[in-house]
Design a protein. Structure first.
Length: 427
């Protein structure tokens, strides 16, 4: 009979560990092995916003029942303290079979769930680890499944990831990153660099974009990876607050030159209730005018209902709003009219490779013309060749940013750039 200690055919955490340990000790029979799948709702915070605590419990119970109904007699499952589902799959041949089983479970779990007369649509991410000779303990196999689950979460809702050695190294890198951004860290190992944005007509520096850096630790994670990990571990608020405070402190040094500092706000930050108050506190602490700061948000986030209130509040406070990566397909110019943007930053894919006689030039001209009709400034991102600079100039882009113009630099580099005796004109 299937082990049953709690409702829905699941076992307790200790019993689950014991079951995995027993299966590992029994060894692999012929070409058959076992695997552990780790599954989590993705993203769980959305479910929290949609459902009451009582409804959430019913929602999760329905999912657990579906998983239980799919278990073989020798299988087992449990729910971790973090609310994840751990599933022991026995009689598994290889990664392909484990993936097939995980896909079947995921597809059934993802079917609509009715709670309180409302339909919910579970979005889960699943990681799978198949037992091999390196898995000496149950903890080893479960840890590898959890590492794969983390990768699946990063890949997106509904994704399945299978553990391999590359994921093991990635998991170690993520652990190292956690020591640098976790609650017990000072964030002292992080730094900000700033990339100039020029006024195309005058060649003068009009703004700088603050970019997160982890000096000397490139092998252990890029800035994008750090931000992704912070979002997944609910540390994005802490990291985002640090970026805002640090960027505003630096901005004091060039605001008197009329240079605006752009600060990126991640999708999850934009959904936070304390975003506006923390941002304005950073601006006030640095004795800055709100208009000396521009907040950059992405297209995919700008159209979310939960973000609209924060966007409006930031705009009402006098902070500029820039729509980043425009042209990736989420927003359109009609929707821009309803939102209080000041600046549109064209995605580098629109600029890269554009020449005077290419079809992309016509599209660029249309976007610039319509943006100007809406009273928006246009920034051309990713300008890396003189031909691209010529095209964005001729099509009427107001501002330019890219490696041809200036690479990201330290605070000292920006201060030197703003010194009239040291600036080089852009030919």
């Amino acid at each position: 009979m299937r082990m049953v200690e709690i409702e829905n055919g699941f076992v307790g955490a200790e019993a689950f560990d014991t079951k995995v340990r027993q299966v590992l000790r029994s060894g692999i029979s012929g070409t058959r092995s076992c695997a552990v799948a780790m599954m989590t709702l993705h993203p769980w915070w959305i479910a929290d916003d949609w459902l009451s605590s009582k409804s959430i419990a019913r929602y999760r119970t329905a999912i657990s029942r579906r998983i239980s109904a799919l278990l073989l007699e020798a299988d087992a499952a449990t729910v971790t303290d973090a609310g994840e589902w751990a599933i022991l799959l026995t009689n598994i041949a290889d990664n392909d079979e484990a993936t097939d089983v995980a896909e079947r479970i995921t597809s059934i779990v993802a079917e609509p769930v009715e709670v309180g007369g409302e339909l919910g649509y579970p979005l889960v991410s699943t990681g799978v680890a198949v037992a091999t000779g390196v898995h000496r303990t149950a903890g080893d196999l479960i840890a590898d499944a959890r590492a794969a689950m983390s990768q699946a979460v990063e890949n997106g809702a509904g994704q399945i990831a299978v553990f391999d050695e590359g994921l093991r190294l990635d998991f170690l890198h993520r652990c190292r990153m956690m020591t640098n951004i976790g609650p017990g860290s000072s964030l002292a190992n992080l730094d900000l660099h700033f990339q100039p944005i020029i006024d195309i007509a005058s060649g003068e520096v009009a703004a700088v974009e603050a970019l997160l850096r982890w000096p000397g630790q490139r092998a252990f994670g890029s800035a994008a990876q750090i931000i992704s990990l912070a979002e997944q571990t609910n540390l994005i608020g802490r990291l985002g607050d640090w970026v805002q405070r640090t960027a505003c402190a630096h901005a004091q040094l060039w605001a008197r030159h009329g240079v605006v500092t752009h600060i990126n706000v991640s999708p999850l930050q934009l959904m936070r209730g304390d975003l506006v108050s923390n941002l304005l506190s950073s601006i006030e602490s640095a004795n800055l005018e709100p208009s000396s700061i521009a907040v950059e948000i992405t297209e995919s986030t700008a159209m979310e209902p939960l973000a609209i209130a924060n966007i409006a509040a930031i705009k009402d406070a006098g902070v500029r709003i820039a729509l980043d990566d425009f042209g990736t397909g989420y927003a359109n110019l009609a929707s821009l009219r309803a939102l209080p943007f000041d600046i549109v930053k064209l995605d580098r894919s629109i600029v890269t490779g554009t020449t005077a006689d290419s079809p992309a030039r016509a599209m660029l001209e249309g976007i610039v013309a319509m943006s100007h009709a809406l009273g928006l400034k246009v920034v051309a991102e990713g300008v890396e060749t003189r031909e691209e600079l010529r095209v964005v100039t001729e099509t009427g882009c107001d501002l330019g940013q890219g490696f041809l113009i200036e690479r990201p630099s330290t605070e000292l580099g920006i201060r030197r750039l703003l010194d009239p005796t040291q600036k080089d004109a852009i030919a």
